[in-house]
Design a protein around this ligand. Structure first.
Ligand SMILES: C[S@@+](CC[C@H](N)C(=O)[O-])C[C@H]1O[C@@H](n2cnc3c(N)ncnc32)[C@H](O)[C@@H]1O
Length: 306
């Protein structure tokens, strides 16, 4: 089971290896990121020797949608793996959990932000259809890239009885043209906020706060501070603290736990859980050790009277 990017230029070598790996140590869930070795500290220091020039960083922001759309033009539906782990990590995504909250006939509503080609929503929808349950979710799925949305719409499971996909920039007001305020039970954001410039994080979280019912949940997983991929960036790729440019023009940010908690706290959410997930995949035969650090959290929109 793999839940990291497969084939990104910045970590291409690792990604090819991961496919063949066979020994996964149990995840370590902690509120600490890794202690850097002297060598890793040097690598991070090296990155500061040549930053992405300001004009180029600004251009990356202007062209952000184009870069993601080209990414899907190149990779089509081949890049990300179906995310079958989501119900293990977030039990709120199980169909029976969903019905427990609203009653057996009423479907809950879920928005997958930055859905890509649907690797999170389709496994959930498939399960729901297999179980022939009336419970579960009505899914909304949005992405910046029109091509990604087209891939979602052309999936054989796509049916507006169950799912609506639309293109939008989640940092803008566009999402409110598609979804009514305070109508959602759950928002999922899986490796998406890291693709957005940190100056816009607040606007994204404020949008989610507007869309969710009081008590609604954000389920979050993304790159954690000092993840292997962050340490591997060479000089010329760093844009700002913990923000990097990949070879293909897309960007990735590496989140500190407290910073993420603060972001949600400031925007009317309480933190239910928020931890680093340290994952180590070993292949002794090949001599490969792939340590990854993700940040995973659940945040609940405050209920005003509380
Ligand atoms: C690393 S991919 C993850 C895709 C998907 N969530 C998954 O896990 O397979 C990041 C996604 O975020 C989308 N994205 C980037 N900026 C966005 C924005 N401002 N609004 C909506 N989606 C955005 C990209 O188009 C891309 O599909």
């Amino acid at each position: 089971m793999i839940d990291i990017c497969v084939g990104h230029t910045a970590h291409a070598v690792y990604c090819i290896w991961v496919i063949n790996l066979n020994e996964m140590e149990p995840d370590i869930i902690t509120n600490r990121t890794k202690d850097l070795t002297a060598d890793e500290k040097d690598k991070l220091e090296e990155q500061n020797k040549r930053l992405v020039p300001e004009f180029k960083a600004n251009k990356l922001e202007i062209d952000a949608q184009r870069h993601w759309d080209l990414f899907y033009k190149r990779n089509e539906t081949r890049f990300f793996k179906d995310r079958h782990w989501t119900t293990r990590e977030f039990q709120e995504l199980l169909a029976d959990q969903a019905s427990a909250a609203t009653g057996p006939q009423e479907k809950r509503t879920l928005l997958e932000v930055g859905c890509g080609v649907g690797n999170l929503v389709f496994p959930l929808l498939e399960e729901q259809i297999k179980e022939e349950t009336n419970a579960g979710f009505y899914f909304y799925a949005c992405d910046f890239s029109p091509r990604a949305v087209e891939f979602v719409r052309s999936n054989s499971l796509y049916d507006t009885k169950h799912i609506t996909a639309f293109q939008c920039d989640i940092t803008s007001e566009q999402v409110h043209e598609h979804i009514a305020p305070e109508s959602l039970d759950v928002c999922t954001m899986i490796f998406v906020l890291s693709a957005i410039h940190p100056d816009k994080f607040k606007a994204v979280i404020a949008n989610l706060a507007k869309l969710l019912k009081p008590g609604g949940l954000v389920l979050f997983r993304d790159y954690g501070l000092y993840d292997m991929a962050q340490l591997r960036f060479k000089p010329g790729h760093k844009i700002a603290e913990n923000l990097y440019m990949r070879q293909d023009g897309t960007r990735s940010y590496y989140f500190a736990e407290q910073e993420l908690a603060q972001l949600f706290n400031d925007s009317d959410f309480e933190v239910i859980s928020n931890n680093y997930v340290h994952r180590r995949t070993l292949n002794l035969k090949e001599g490969i050790d792939v340590p990854r650090i993700f940040l995973q959290g659940k945040f609940r929109k405050r209920i005003k009277s509380q």
